[in-house]
Design a protein. Sequence first.
Lengths: 280, 244
Amino acid sequence: MEGIYSLMDVLLPFPSLQFSFMKNAFLAILLLTPLLGLLGTMAVNQQMAFFSDALGHSALTGIGLGMILGVGNDLVSMLVFGVIWAVLIGLIKHTGSASADTVISVFSSTSVAAGLLILSRGGGFAKYSSLLIGDILAVTPQDILYLLLALIAGTVLWMLLYNGLLLTSINASLAHSRSIPTRLYEIAFSILVAVAVMLAIRWVGVMLINALLILPAASARNLSRNARQHAVLSVLFALVSGMAGLFSSYAWNTSAGAAIILYAAMIYAVSLLLRRKVRG
Amino acid sequence: MRPHHCELCHIDLKHVSVSRGGQEVLQDVSMHIHCSQLTVLIGQNGAGKTTLIRALLGEIPYTGSIRHQDGKGKPVGHLRIGYVPQHLAFDQDMPVTVQDFMAAAFTRRPVWTGVSRKVRAEILEALKVVHAPEVIDRPLGRCSGGELQRVLLALALRPSPDLLVLDEPVSGIDQNGLKMFLDTVNELRTGRHIAILLVSHDLRFVREYADHVVLLDKTVLIQGAPDPVFESEAFARVFGTGVE
């Protein structure tokens, strides 16, 4: 870690980056935003914004249940619960008994309510409020190692899944006729989104995490004509918003998550204005 | 070019039934789909045409058997089906071009990392077969209904299928588009040894193009050459007279 820090001192000689908590935050954003940008393209194409929002909310329940069961590590309980929740929503959506957004809404509100119920026991929710708005300065060197592993694993999985998911999102029967296990692909994608969201949630916050997944991809979509442009721009927008938000929040002494999302929203606004010019 | 022995091969459906929610939506369907022939499935909405296709594709469970056989009734390996869906209910705004879409089906390399020159050439080749090379760089949402049908057909023909299943669109394609599409299908029938099953929602062209017509209403009411089927009592019962 020391080696990376000194390398950063040479390459990025900004006054704000001399603190190691800023270095950690910088590295975390550098590692995580590209993955969120990539996953976001498919989430937007498949109109899954509401789904990922519900996943983010499930973090509250995850932590609450982890506390009850005595799991020492919040991240582990969030991850496990998030993945279970993602698979459940996916399975129930497919039974087709109610429309998808109703199903997701039920899951979303249930998980928020259950999470709040557990975490507010004895009037102690205040100590969890950082979960809602995030705390980017809480990144530890160990977190960065996890993020690096997640980025590598996530990107590899994403490479393997992408084409099949694209076909599935256009027509599931067609994908099926070309021997793509569509259900398996969809569930794997949900799990991947769940993992990426849970890794980011402590720094960006439950309230804003979904925006970091959706906004860059939505902006990129306004300015792209093909899948490659969509992916490249989405990653770029996620990274730029993340960096700009981090440095601004340092200068303004505000929540980093909020600053990041406001930058992403600004990019979205500009992309809307340019949309006509680019897409014709 | 494949060897000619497949000329007599066929897909043999025997007593195929499908139940949904305790009700039989498809009952005891038996038919042959022959190679180098255009078999057309007709019937009213809800007659089970799409259900039969989904059973053929292996998407839903069915009873009975679907076998791929040669002229002597011996099984011929795995049945490779090329499928052209009725419509694509995708998000029109999606930044995915025809090339992206087809490359996603042809290669393992993730499309967002780009498409190699070799694959692009292959896609162009496939699009030429259906007379639509000009749409290669067009976003899917910008293609007309007829153009999308062609793209889907080009996709279904690679790798070369034993059975081509075409679910003709109910709407969204103008007469010219439909005629062009069916002309292309007709070329394939004579040019390649493929069995073609067309689900038609539009009887105007059926008589002109079909080799074999199957009239479906939960089960097979009548099947055979177009003329006898169109003049049958069952046909009149389902479609009324005066349709022609």
